[in-house]
Write a protein of this length. Sequence first.
Length: 355
Amino acid sequence: MRSLPRHPGPRVSGVIAAVLLMTASAVAFAPAVTPAVAADEGAPDQSFTIKDPRITESSGLAASRTHPGVYWTHNDSGYGPQIYAVDSRTGETVATLTLEGIGKPRDVEAISMGPDGNVYVGDIGDNLNGTWDHVWIYRFPEPKQLKDATVRATQFTVKYADGPRDAESMMVDPRTGRVYIASKNEDGGGLYEGPAELTSSGTNTFRRVDDVPWVTDGAFSPDGKELVLRSYFSARAYVWQNGRLGKESRISAPFQRQAESVTYTADGKALMFGTEGKESGVVRVDLDKDTDGASSSGGNSSSGSGNSSSGGAANGGTADGAGAGENQGNATLGAIIVIGGAALVFAFKRLRRKG
């Protein structure tokens, strides 16, 4: 996703009011961040910076189930069929996979691990707000060894029962293997359920099963009991029951330049939030469970050795050392103001064009 979408439907006055309300609410309810203790140098699954200069638009994250501390990611639209394995201990790419047996990727937006040991890649974006009559999902086995390789992937054609739409979130249920897609729209999207098993010989029809907010990515917890959906400004956790959204709880997601991705750590104890951009940061947020088993977060994030104090804070992460909490709190408030101001400018420009 390269920019905030243009959508002619809502009235501009409504957009401005919503932005003002959202910004004020975000400032009022921004979580108090306590100083985070710097993680052990070289520890996996801590906040890190993606160092590969080829990865400039990381648009999805998935924690490896085979290689501890490794995260799969990919670029956004306009790039080739490459998938990257990034080691969270160092931020370095440890394997580049080139997919073959598929067509030319169009707008790759999401990546997820399945219970079958496969990696699922969602070529599901549509920056023209739902004009393509079909999108694709690619699937390939997660390699046992991390090295540069060409791998054969299976391609699945996807259509929505209620017509084309834009989407950036694709999640695979770790218990059933069923694939879900969350569509993206300013006024809220839908959660779409795929067939019990995908077929490569025909069309896979995804049907709307619930409403969701405007989301840029989502992820199931490793035990399949929870689904998290994130947006540019927030994140929500839902209890996952019988393939449907249950109780909702708030997650203290970091504010990032362009909030694009989220995944659970392999042990399910934390969420990793990613963003686009050169040397983009991935921020860990630890989770607590309430009495009903739903996740919540206290706003603390930890920094790993792959994050410099300047690079981490610039991307929504924390700086190393005792001052991390204060730096993150200032960065969060600043990000809220910048985002709100930019959105207002965008809205006023639309108003002038309409006039």
